[in-house]
Design a protein around this ligand. Structure first.
Ligand code: ADP
Length: 298
């Protein structure tokens, strides 16, 4: 448990999302009117911070920010939302990662087309400049391009944190083999359904039980699984399950997983049990699915 003034640092992607809300899914090669279009700040780590902030957890975002117009929008939005981002790494030669997202308002599905090839990742050397005093928790969004650097960042935290007071969590979402190297790094390891299925697990229970063997001693594995809810396994082999809490109508599932993770971290940070944390994760993520965007979550 972190003391109430210690902040949670989230390391990962900040993305510019162009969102189009449609009544149904468009057909290829048609000209279709849509319900609404807007810009939003996205990216897993950035979304984690948006939710943590609303849940009253002091947090900070560490990612890269380019110098283009999209990055200006992202900086302004971070400031508006009260999310510290001063230690984001400047990437003047890069381009902001951008996603074009179609939301089908009839079922809440989100179809994402993204491009981030000209964006850089935070390096271990850059992370060395992040002052971890006053930090109680560091959460890493696993990035397949940046696995080696993330391993170094965690090594630095473990080395400098003589009192072993900083909690480290990692998220493994994308189905890439190299992500496995992140499994032993966290005290809490969040494994997305996509990565779990890619790793050969057919259920959330099988995933947490199977992956428990591959994480650090004492670590907890947590796996959200869409409409089924979430499962967790602590190091002694106890398995907890939480049912999803579906809203009346699913309208937007963008960031449901990010919301789940942030709500879990918020609970664990406040000293709650793993079981209570995944229940809260499902509650807040379920509420998120019933509304457009990530604002006003509690
Ligand atoms: P991602 O957004 O990464 O694909 P998931 O689909 O696994 O993440 O969802 C994360 C959490 O969000 C789930 O554990 C669940 O609590 C909640 N959730 C997702 N989809 C729904 C849904 N249709 N109804 C209710 N809760 C949902």
């Amino acid at each position: 448990m972190a003391s109430s003034e210690q902040r949670v640092v989230c390391v990962g992607l900040i993305c510019f999302d162009m969102i189009t809300v449609c009544d149904g899914f468009p057909l290829e090669d048609t000209d279709t009117p849509c319900r609404e279009q807007h810009w939003a700040r996205g990216g897993n780590a950035s979304n984690n911070c948006t939710v943590l902030r609303q849940l009253g957890v002091p947090c900070e975002l560490v990612g890269t920010l380019a110098a283009d117009d999209a990055a200006k929008f992202l900086r302004d939005d971070l400031s508006t939302c009260g999310i510290p981002h001063d230690r984001c790494v400047e990437d003047p030669a890069g381009a902001t990662p951008t996603a074009f997202i179609i939301i089908n308002a009839l079922n809440g599905s989100r179809t994402i087309l993204h491009e981030s090839t000209r964006a850089s990742e935070v390096t271990a050397a850059q992370f060395d400049d992040v002052d971890l005093r006053g930090c109680g928790w560091v959460h890493f969004e696993g990035r397949s391009r940046n696995v080696a650097e993330m391993r170094e960042m965690v090594a630095r935290i473990r080395r400098d944190d003589a009192a072993d007071s900083i909690v480290v969590s990692v998220e493994l979402e994308k189905p890439r083999r190299e992500m496995e190297q992140l499994l032993p790094l966290g005290d809490f390891v969040f494994v997305g359904k996509e990565f779990a299925v890619f790793s050969g697990y057919e259920s959330m229970r099988a995933a947490v039980e199977g992956l428990r063997e591959k994480v650090r001693g004492g670590a907890t594995v947590i796996c959200p699984w869409g409409e089924e809810g979430a499962c967790a396994s602590t190091s002694d082999g106890t398995v907890f399950t939480a049912a999803a809490e579906p809203p009346e109508k699913v309208v937007d599932t963008i960031g449901a997983g990010d919301t789940f993770i942030a709500a879990c971290i918020a609970q664990l940070y406040k000293g709650a049990s793993v079981e209570a944390a995944i229940q809260a994760g499902c509650r807040v993520a379920g509420a998120k699915c019933g509304q457009m965007g990530l604002k006003d979550l509690k």
